[in-house]
Design a protein around this ligand. Structure first.
Ligand code: ARG
Length: 484
């Protein structure tokens, strides 16, 4: 086989060569420098079209902006620019309609769309890749994708926050035990528990917003690594694509995947929050707790035990968080030792992060109806709310208010708890004389803080479960979410 010259002296002959039957069997990324087509095993090994099809719309948008810029800069004619944009639009339509033929020979989404354009427009299509490389192209596509996914996920987070706020209104006065170490700790309003999740989701939204701010910078026009000698206008493409700014270093911008790692971390934390909630509600819905009835539409049965109504959706939300955190781990390892700048390793960034976003969206979508459709077993909760001395801390603080040092009050209430425990009764069942045998600071008013309901009502600090506090927080969330 004749070895081709490394230097193409006549650009016109290049287009002829690319159109030749022999090379058309090979990837368009293989220039005249190659003396053979790729081994079929390489094609299969190196292709990414099986997963980066997801980027079709983003790639087309980026190409349209690029073509318009090339025309505005006189690098192609206005007519060529219009033909390219129209051609891209048509290709987008074919892809959306499922009428586009994918082939591993064309490696990735970028090559597929460019080749389809060339098939349509010939030499005009061959001009689209002017002053551009797949290295800045894929970075652009991914940033557009992160922005789009981030927007969708933010919307789902808000929906979930609204579902929690709705539950707060529904379960307004229900008192439940708060646990630490999974041991009964203090009584709280159910709404206070629900708003804890709203706060966590709000931080998820903030982190997402922050991540999207750094992601929304245009790498387009950085080309392969060094930029270009052609007079492009990076600001124009950035503006058209809705980026806030352009990247200032072509080496950094083509190698940077920080935005993707940040996104994977944001997704991981959302998944962990959902997982922790799922775990809590799995416990709350057991016969042992009996606090919660899950909607049967989101439960599954057992093939052998007819009585079983299993919380599979919650279990899967908990389980799928592993995949999302795994995606973050993959990206961390993928990028850990890469010298500057683009390396093909980076193609491996896509499957995990695509999967993570898809998974988190699915989990958020299913969490909402589970939250909205579950029912608190208020009778069961109330029947056992006086178990576990949830009012012990309230009694201790009563003594502190009357002048007893905290450590002494702590010790004294511990003795009372032990005594009541032995006697098989509650703290509020002690007669006043018994309290006063321990401390003369105790008066009849002690009964106003004893019992779960009184102990909750006694809470006053900012952010506490005191009814006034919780209602204030709830109103703030209602107002905040109403405008979204
Ligand atoms: N499919 C590639 C990726 O996802 C696109 C960039 C390829 N660039 C290159 N120089 N081979 O990373």
């Amino acid at each position: 086989m004749v070895r081709r010259s490394l230097f193409v002296r006549n650009p016109a002959s290049l287009s002829l060569e690319l159109g030749s039957p022999r090379l058309s069997q090979s990837s368009p990324s293989r220039s005249g420098a190659f003396d053979s087509a790729a081994d079929p095993r390489v094609e299969q090994f190196a292709e990414s079209i099986s997963f980066d099809q997801v980027l079709a719309t983003h790639d087309i948008r980026g190409s349209m902006a690029h073509a318009r810029m090339l025309a505005a800069q006189g690098l192609i004619t206005a007519d060529e620019g219009q033909q390219i944009v129209a051609g891209l639009k048509q290709i987008g339509g074919q892809i959306a309609a499922g009428q586009f033929a994918w082939q591993s020979r064309l490696e990735d989404i970028h090559m597929h769309i460019e080749q389809a354009l060339i098939d349509q427009l010939g030499d005009i299509g061959r001009k689209l890749h002017t002053a551009r490389s797949r290295n800045d192209q894929v970075a652009t596509d991914l940033r557009l994708w992160v922005r789009e996914q981030g927007g969708a996920i933010d919307g789902l987070l808000v929906k979930l926050q609204k579902a929690w706020v709705c539950r707060c209104e529904q379960d307004a006065d229900v008192v439940v035990p708060a646990y630490t170490h999974l041991r009964r700790a203090q009584p709280v309003l159910a709404a206070h528990v629900w708003l804890a999740w709203v706060e966590k989701l709000e931080r998820d939204r903030e982190r997402l917003r922050d991540c999207l701010r750094r992601a929304n910078v245009s790498p387009l026009g950085c080309a392969a690594v060094a930029g270009t000698s052609l007079p492009i206008d990076r600001g124009a493409t950035a503006r058209e694509l809705g980026f806030d700014s352009v990247s200032n270093n072509s080496i950094d911008a083509t190698s940077d995947r920080d935005f993707l790692l940040e996104f994977a971390f944001v997704l991981s934390l959302i998944a962990l929050h959902l997982s922790a909630w799922a775990e809590e509600w799995i416990l709350w819905s057991t016969t042992e707790y009996g606090f919660l009835e899950l909607p049967h539409a989101f439960c599954t049965g057992s093939s052998i035990m007819p009585q079983k109504i299993n919380p599979d959706v919650l279990e899967l939300i908990r389980g799928k968080s592993a995949r999302v955190c795994g995606a973050l781990q993959t990206l961390l390892m993928l990028t850990k030792g890469l010298p500057l700048a683009y390396h093909r390793d980076l193609q491996e960034d896509k499957p995990p992060v695509f999967d993570a976003a898809r998974t988190v969206r699915a989990c958020l979508e299913l969490a909402e109806p589970v939250i909205a459709g579950s029912r608190l077993n208020t009778a069961t909760i109330a029947a056992r709310i006086e178990d576990g001395f949830l009012d012990a801390t309230a009694l201790m603080e009563y003594l502190i208010r009357r002048g007893l040092p905290q450590r002494s009050a702590h010790h004294l209430v511990g003795e009372l708890v032990s005594e009541a425990s032995r006697g098989g009764h509650r703290l509020r069942d002690f007669p006043l004389e018994e309290f006063r045998r321990h401390s003369l600071l105790v008066e009849n008013s002690v009964y106003d803080v004893l019992g779960a309901a009184n102990a909750v009502a006694a809470l006053v600090s900012h952010g506490s479960s005191g009814p006034a506090e919780v209602h204030m927080q709830l109103r703030a969330w209602q107002n905040r979410l109403a405008s979204l």
